[in-house]
Design a protein around this ligand. Sequence first.
Ligand SMILES: C[S@@+](CC[C@H](N)C(=O)[O-])C[C@H]1O[C@@H](n2cnc3c(N)ncnc32)[C@H](O)[C@@H]1O
Length: 261
Amino acid sequence: MTAPGMVAEFDDVAAWTAEAVEQLGVEHAIPAACRGSSSPAALAWLAEACELSPGARLLDVGAGSGGPAAWAASRFGVRPILLEAMPSAGRAASKLFGLPVLTADGRHIPLGNESVEVAWCLGVLCTVEDKVALLREIHRVLVPRASLGLLVVVAGDRPIRRPPDGNHFPTQTELEDVLDRSGFDLVEQIERPAAVPLSWTRRAAAVAAHISARHHTHPAYTLANSQGTRLTSLFAQGQLSIQLLHAVARVPNDRRSPAAG
Ligand SMILES: C[S@@+](CC[C@H](N)C(=O)[O-])C[C@H]1O[C@@H](n2cnc3c(N)ncnc32)[C@H](O)[C@@H]1O
């Protein structure tokens, strides 16, 4: 069962975000719909690392309301396919950006083997307990040697006491281990760049203020807010950091050509 805090944060808030953008204007859509703490600099790093190119099929697993995928489509000309477990988030993504959305669990992706050229999974691994199951399924649908871009909230070495509802932050060692066990080679990793242009934060803040004005008495709003406050305090204490990773899908043994050894 999905934790109530997750439903509030990822489903209720997504629906309110779409409503707010409708009122405030379409220029608010991408910043407001980037719910994985990504930013233009973070997205640009991931896009360049994954060598996004016009026409490539980009599968965004746990796409939320679609901000990162819409950004990649508008800046790099990729053809995104969104996969998202929360129905309201998926509806918000198709309403805001008109992108195709599969409402499904990332551990059972309704796509064929080796059917996509590149995948992103931003802010998702830290909310999933069985990370290997999710990553193996992404590996299955990627063409061999395809790129995977990840944004992951990583815990330091001390165990996190009282993580926000539904979060399972990996340590760096665990993260490297699950990637390896799922068939990915880690190519490169950086801490998410801190700088975000004011033009972006201003639009995201306008949407947040709009949502607060209309929904602050709703129990889901209180719950989503307390999740956010707990997360902010863990970052402030230095217990968590946001990491960007570029990994590449290894060729499965049974698909290697004999000459490759
Ligand atoms: C922190 S949000 C990030 C959303 C989006 N990637 C972004 O960066 O704006 C995490 C998203 O992952 C989705 N998610 C979590 N577990 C999932 C799973 N097993 N399958 C599909 N989506 C999942 C949640 O519903 C939520 O929308």
